[in-house]
Design a protein around this ligand. Structure first.
Ligand code: PLP
Length: 413
């Protein structure tokens, strides 16, 4: 894949695309605007929101055929809903997948995928630096269900390959990682998973399908916290899984019964957010790079973690598998005490001191209250997450303003 600077049309397909008008040839923005769209009642160009929980069938045979899956249609919104299906079709188009299924939250996507595809006695190989909630599944919930979980040092690809070689049913990757922005080589680890007969799942929340498409790199399944960049406005929660249709079907069947279904209103907001995904992500990539470069030069800053910086230990892998380095970075201060971090955070004007990431507005916070709030200080230390780290998720503000804001707040430190 090409490097991060891909010109004015980063999601475009390059020369020759004018000749091919098929959806497969569309660029990312065309997909996110047009995929799954149908003109609605009265010719509405924005699809209506189907708030209805239940769908009526005056013809009982037709109802039975829909229930049996012999005809398309919807019966009950815990199972399927037209607005949710629109969101799913858009994500599938963006990830290059045949099928996607949506969930109430990102954690519902993660946990449904793991619980639907694993059974007692199965073995999972993953890394130490997954999102805090995912990490809790690995350390507490799956072992209690007699699933063997091996968590390897993040970024040690040899150790990961030998752990997979010892036998695995599922290889779970998250890249870039939260909050230290380590990068895993998806192609390499998906190959190892395939050789071991394991399913390769990638949490693509941080990268987005604009910057990284795990299925094209060899993964079987890709999932997101849609609450983050996909929705992009911090006003709706959701999760989504896309990829191998048989496995997506298995997880969908589990979710139908387990019940963590996405509601129509959130699906509408998430689908609306998706239509501007590429534009937002292009700005966020540029802002994060600008901010990371500024911080890397600043005397009060000790370390900056951003895969777009040439000094980042995984920069080469990131440049190979990503077309942009994403909108999240983290950094630590030379004076890393809690007071200095507090002074810095309270000095920022253009950042909500809040959990989450991937919004149009910049969000900032330490991992102890954001990504890894579920972990104890000891668990965070074991996962290699410094208490003094600051995670900074850029919004779509103007990069110069973010840099000026950080410069002023760092003066106060
Ligand atoms: N995956 C990653 C990488 C995340 O950062 C998060 C949340 O921060 C999740 C999954 C869980 O998503 P949600 O909060 O929507 O349940």
């Amino acid at each position: 894949m090409s490097g991060p600077e891909r010109g004015a049309d980063p999601g475009g397909r390059g020369a020759g695309r004018e000749a091919d008008r098929s959806p497969e040839a569309w660029g990312a923005s065309t997909r996110s605007v047009w995929a799954g769209e149908e003109e609605g009642a009265e010719g509405a160009t924005v699809p209506p929101v189907f708030y209805g929980v239940t769908f009526a069938y005056p013809d009982l045979d037709e109802w039975a055929a829909v229930g049996a899956g012999e005809r398309p249609g919807h019966i009950y919104s815990r199972n399927t809903n037209p607005t949710v299906a629109l969101f799913e079709r858009k994500v599938a188009a963006l990830e290059g997948a045949d099928r996607a299924t949506a969930f109430a939250t990102g954690m519902a996507a993660v946990s449904s995928t793991l619980f639907a595809l694993l059974e007692p006695g199965a073995r999972v190989v993953s890394v130490k630096d997954t999102y805090g909630g995912t990490n809790r599944l690995f350390t507490d919930f799956l072992p209690a269900w007699d699933v063997d979980v091996t968590l390897v040092e993040t970024g040690d690809h040899e150790a990961m390959e030998s752990a997979i070689d010892e036998g695995a049913d599922l290889v779970y990757l998250e890249t870039p990682t939260n909050p230290t922005l380590k990068v895993l080589d998806i192609g390499r680890l998906a190959r190892a998973a395939k050789d071991a007969g394991a399913v390769a799942v990638v949490d693509n929340t941080f990268a987005t399908p604009i910057n990284q498409r795990p299925l094209e790199l060899g993964a079987d399944l890709v999932l997101h916290s849609a609450t983050k960049f996909l929705g992009g406005h911090s006003d709706a929660m959701g999760g989504v899984l896309a990829g191998d249709p048989e496995r997506v079907e298995t997880v969908f069947r589990y979710r139908e019964i387990h019940g963590a279904s996405l509601d129509a209103h959130s699906a509408f907001l998430l689908a609306r957010g998706l239509r501007t995904l590429e534009l937002r992500v292009a700005r966020q990539n540029a802002n994060a790079l600008q901010v990371a470069r500024f911080l890397a030069e600043h005397d009060a800053v000790a370390d900056v973690f951003y895969p777009g910086l040439p000094g980042h230990p995984h920069h080469d892998v990131a440049a190979r598998q990503m077309s942009g380095f994403g909108g999240v970075l983290s950094f630590s201060l030379v004076d890393g005490g809690p007071d200095a971090v507090k002074r810095l955070l309270s000095g920022l004007r253009l950042a909500h001191r809040a959990a989450s990431l991937g919004s149009v507005a910049t969000l900032v916070g330490p991992p102890a209250t954001t990504s890894h709030v579920e972990l104890t200080p000891e668990q965070r230390a074991a996962a290699g997450i410094p208490e003094s780290l600051v995670r900074y998720s850029v919004g779509i503000e103007n990069g110069d303003d973010l840099v000026a804001d950080l410069a002023a707040a760092l003066e106060g430190v």
